[in-house]
Design a protein around this ligand. Sequence first.
Ligand code: MG
Ligand code: ZN
Length: 221
Amino acid sequence: MKILAAKKILKVNDQLAAENRAKLDAAGVFGVNLVGSPGAGKTTLLEAIFAQFKDRLRMAVIEGDIAGTIDAQRMETIGVPVLQINTEGACHLDASMIGSAIGEMDLKALDLLVVENVGNLVCTAGYDLGERLRIIVLSTSEGDDKAIKYPAIFQGSDALFITKMDLAPYLNFDVARITADMKRLAPHAPIFLVSAQTGDGIAEAAQWLAEKIRSKKSSMD
Ligand code: MG
Ligand code: ZN
């Protein structure tokens, strides 16, 4: 019985996610669901990528956190409009939360909406939010074995951003190992090696994302 209930919740979520996607498409907004563990460097990565997009794309962020507004404050500091969702204990965002959030936003004024999900490699995998791309962020400090241990979240992602590459030499992080795992789990997904500290790889990653947004837009015109 519990399995049926869980399936029903996910089915409702999928319907709401499809509505969110339709709403974003109609307004010409490209949605990104950014997932990864606590401390993977999701917010820092966003700051670095947004710096590349400044004056070129109109961006906004939805920050999902169990509590607090620390990441949202960081977005305000760099001048990116932000809406905070506090899940009050829930360990992931779902499509109904995103539906409420986008109802509060002026979508016509945006090109890109990034949802920074709650830091969690487990149940975020099961909840489509209505995004066009899901990007998983993995830091070198978490270890190169995570795709084997949490396959679902890697499998369903459209790109892998490996952060804190400047620390890789000290952590025995094996890029070849995770690359091989990704080839098996998500062969279509590109892998970007980045460091927000040194700036390495940031321009390439931003370029790839900008190209995705541009090709989506031109397919809608
Ligand atoms: Mg964050
Ligand atoms: Zn959860």
